[in-house]
Design a protein around this ligand. Structure first.
Ligand SMILES: [Zn+2]
Length: 105
């Protein structure tokens, strides 16, 4: 099974997007919290509003975020750098009202 991005609205996977990097969500508690908070901001409710109340959390430990969610395209291990956590998410910039399924090709 190829690595795939677990960010809501992002369908990248290692096989399809070979030039992207896939970063596993950090296991370190505080950093993991920041990643999960960032990703849950991208998760929309069925009515299209942003889900603020409930924090998203991955079902398994093997959960990846692709490099397209980082401003510079790479994860940075410096807590003062904006790319310490992923910050670019597709669903925060579009307000789609459909069910989010874009099955093209
Ligand atoms: Zn992604």
């Amino acid at each position: 099974m190829p690595k795939s991005c677990c960010v809501p609205g992002c369908n990248s996977n290692k096989r399809k997007n070979q030039d992207l990097k896939f970063y596993i969500i950090p296991s370190e508690r505080s950093r993991r919290d920041r990643w999960l908070n960032a990703i849950s901001r991208a998760k929309l409710n069925p009515d299209g509003s942003i889900n603020k109340g409930k924090r998203w959390s991955p079902k398994s430990g093997q959960c990846y975020v692709c490099s397209s969610h980082f401003i510079t395209g790479v994860k940075v291990n410096d807590s003062t750098h904006p790319d310490y956590v992923p910050s670019i998410f597709p669903s925060t910039t579009t307000s789609r009202q459909d069910d989010g399924k874009e099955m093209s090709k």
